[in-house]
Design a protein. Structure first.
Length: 293
């Protein structure tokens, strides 16, 4: 099966062609400009490849509810050119193939569950920490949506007593994204994260905030595995710090086999940063199956 995959981001659109086995044959990157500029380029690319279905993992907020009048739309995004844009409809009309649609982070968790280290797990969380913070949540074998979709990057957290930073998020200030995403790191410390690698105090504070959020996710969602991806998590020194803080914050309250081995419970992404594209291939495959049923 020839499948198209679109990982739609605020900076770039990654378009790829692959198959239902998660094999990626080729991919290109197209800068994210206004829909009138960017979408025709993507449509042209996929038309040439004669794809049988397309999976879209998209920045949000989006409307993933198929019963909704605005299903397939990018909704109240701060990327104003894309607000209230029917991205699914644009591709369905132009290419005429089934289109699967979800958030970019749900695409990433689906990639890990289908093709990566989370195979066989029924409850998994994938958190990306980069320009923003987002979470894809796979619970009891299904991608979680609810009334919209998870916005777990905006959970509120407690500031550490020695931190005077006011927070970057324009909506919540001191949510996880406001305290731990790349722009917050840069504003607090005056440098990009990659230039702060040797500053232990930077990563200790970062780990403290990420661990707070993970502790809350563990207590509310009870995942079998937590996967951390995104640009900030390329700072691999974060992982042992996060695990240590999570252990302290849980304080022995939960007794499970997973929590006895945090090194294999809180882990980096396993698919060489292709988990999003591979998840989009699976979204496309599922769209074909739904149409056939």
């Amino acid at each position: 099966m020839v499948l198209g995959a679109l990982e739609a981001g605020g900076t770039k659109m990654v378009c790829a062609v692959g198959n239902e086995k998660g094999e990626i044959f080729e991919q290109v990157s197209i800068p994210t400009e206004a829909p009138a500029i960017t979408v025709p380029k993507m449509i042209s690319y996929f038309k040439e490849k004669k794809i049988e279905a397309l999976g879209i993992g998209c920045f949000g907020p989006i409307d993933p509810d198929k019963k909704s009048e605005t299903y397939g739309y990018i909704t109240s995004t701060p990327k104003l050119a894309w607000a209230d844009y029917n991205i699914v409809g644009a591709f369905e009309e132009a290419i005429g193939c089934p289109v699967g649609f979800d958030t970019d982070v749900n695409g990433s968790v689906l990639g890990e569950v289908t093709f990566g280290q989370a195979r066989g797990k029924s409850s998994v969380i994938y958190i990306t920490i980069g320009t923003g913070v987002g979470a894809g949540i796979y619970i009891e074998g299904k991608l979680l949506h609810g009334m919209l979709h998870p916005e777990a990057g905006h959970v509120l957290i407690q500031k550490r007593s020695d931190d005077t930073y006011g927070g970057k998020c324009p909506y919540h200030k001191t949510c996880l994204e406001g305290m731990a995403a790349g722009p917050a790191l840069k504003e607090r410390w005056g440098k990009d994260a990659r230039l702060l690698k040797d500053k232990k105090e930077v990563w200790d504070l970062e780990a403290y905030y990420i661990a707070q959020a993970l502790t809350n996710y563990i207590l509310t969602l009870s995942p079998e595995l937590i996967i951390l991806g995104g640009g900030v998590m390329h700072q691999e020194q974060l992982f042992p710090l996060i695990r240590s803080y999570v252990k302290d914050m849980l304080n022995g309250y939960l007794k499970t086999e997973e929590l006895k081995d945090l090194e294999h419970y809180i882990v980096p992404a396993s698919l060489k940063d292709n988990q999003g594209i591979m998840g989009c291939l699976e979204l496309g495959r599922r769209a074909v199956c739904e149409e056939q049923n």
